[in-house]
Design a protein. Structure first.
Length: 143
């Protein structure tokens, strides 16, 4: 061949990449952005927390890099999960409050209608308007 000795890499072997940490960060950010859609945000938050925890433990043992990204993904997942849970709880509380108040408003309206009906029945003439309302003649002008 060419007569030169083969070149061998020297130095320390490089550590494996930080794929889990990157995945945890990306999924954590996605779940944080989409926290208002709970059926997407909650599973994404769980995945981000799991990936972040695994990546962080690997980085602590020196098996991989990206401890900061893993921590950020873990935190984003936790925050978005809490926000999604609070959103669902708030929506359920609002619906329960609105349903209870809706029934109260309906009862009040029925009571007012019954009161109006009783007042109309107790007045002489029922639904007939008083004669003064029907007078459409113009008054005489005073000169």
């Amino acid at each position: 061949m060419s007569g030169q000795p083969p070149i061998h890499p020297t130095g320390t072997p490089s550590q494996p990449g930080s794929g889990l940490a990157i995945a945890a960060l990306v999924v954590g950010i996605v779940s944080l952005v989409l926290f208002c859609i709970p059926y997407i945000a909650l599973p994404a938050a769980v995945v981000a927390v799991v990936l972040g925890a695994v990546a962080r433990s690997k980085a602590s043992r020196g098996e991989a890099e990206g401890k900061g990204m893993a921590t950020a993904g873990l935190i984003c997942g936790i925050i978005s999960g809490l926000l999604a849970i609070l959103l669902v709880a708030g929506a359920l509380a609002f619906m329960g409050f609105a349903a209870k108040k809706g029934i109260d408003v309906q009862k009040m309206m029925e009571q007012e209608m019954q009161k109006q009906q009783r007042m109309n029945e107790s007045q002489p003439g029922g639904d007939v308007a008083p004669q003064s309302w029907l007078n459409t003649e113009k008054p005489d002008r005073v000169a």
